[in-house]
Design a binder for this molecule. Structure first.
Ligand SMILES: [Zn+2]
Length: 302
């Protein structure tokens, strides 16, 4: 059995890097071509067991660019895509919008928790994915349950997904319109049957009740370095916890909390304000603690 391969398609948080309406030092620097800064698209990965069929985790507004840049995701026939299934980790726009770009009458299997699927059903846009029977095959991804992923026709992909609830929040467009549920935001563990697993958890307000120790690789919420990062930069009044993210630094940050984790540790879903994107003291601290910083095109073999 060849190992599972995971491509980081996008390593930035919502908004991307640079973000269209942001003039923070990182965004200004990357626009100007500063040597230590590399642009990143919005949060998504693609995993494959056989090299031919992929499961996409999250469909960002950048999905078409991400496919264009990843040769493994190019069509291999007159009407074809290696993307066989899609997992959504929550209903945020930066994870869902790209779904509507993947229409063109392509059958797709979609996996998400019940509240995320229910939220999608409320969108009129979903009809563009339902032009014929079997175009979008939605399947529930119940938490703490092993699910053998399959394409729209039911052919198994050789990858098992296990969702785990992460302390999160409702998508902005559902606040006040839907009841919060523990399944609103998930992380997901992907593995081949009997193989090592990769955990993907990019919206995580705390580690309470989460045990990430069983994984060979952990791609974790690297949104903010500091709890008050946006406030300090004068960009927002919101703290990391208000946005359901735990910061990297500080006594309750992920750097301290996950210090003993033995897995390959990678920060992703990095907000454009995060100093680890630049050649900085903060980046050195993270790397000295054994963490890697994800970039678009990174490949992880488990
Ligand atoms: Zn910025």
């Amino acid at each position: 059995m060849p190992p599972m391969r995971t491509l980081v398609l996008g390593a930035a948080a919502g908004g991307g890097f640079p973000q269209w309406n942001c003039g923070c030092p990182n965004c200004v620097g990357v626009r100007e071509g500063r040597h230590d800064l590399v642009a990143r698209t919005q949060d998504a990965i693609a995993a494959t067991a056989d090299g031919a069929r992929f499961v996409l985790v999250n469909t960002s507004p950048d999905v078409l660019t991400q496919i264009q840049r990843a040769k493994a995701l190019w069509p291999r026939g007159p009407r074809h895509t290696p993307i066989s299934a899609i997992i959504l980790t929550n209903g945020d726009m930066d994870h869902v919008l790209g779904l509507f770009s993947l229409r063109e009458s392509q059958p797709l299997a979609l996996y998400a928790t019940r509240p995320v699927l229910a939220g999608l059903e409320q969108s009129a846009f979903i009809r563009t994915m339902r032009r014929f029977e079997g175009q979008l095959v939605a399947r529930e991804l119940a938490v703490d349950t092993d699910v053998a992923l399959a394409d729209a026709a039911g052919e198994p992909l050789g990858i098992t997904a296990r969702a785990f609830a992460t302390p999160g929040k409702l998508p902005v467009h559902f606040v006040g319109h839907a009841e919060p549920s523990p399944d609103d935001a998930i992380g997901v563990s992907l593995s081949e049957p009997g193989g090592a697993s990769l955990a993907y958890a990019t919206a995580c307000a705390s580690l309470e009740g989460l045990d990430l120790s069983a994984h060979a690789a952990v791609l974790f919420d690297g949104t903010f370095y500091r709890e008050d990062e946006l406030v300090r930069l004068g960009l927002s009044k919101a703290h990391a916890k208000d946005m359901a993210h735990m910061p990297i630094s500080g006594p309750s940050g992920s750097l301290a909390q996950l210090a003993s984790l033995g897995a390959r540790k990678v920060y992703t879903h990095i907000n454009n304000t995060n100093p680890i994107l630049a050649a900085s003291e903060e980046r050195r601290a993270v790397e000295a603690a054994g963490w890697e910083i994800a970039y678009d095109g990174m490949e992880i073999v488990t």
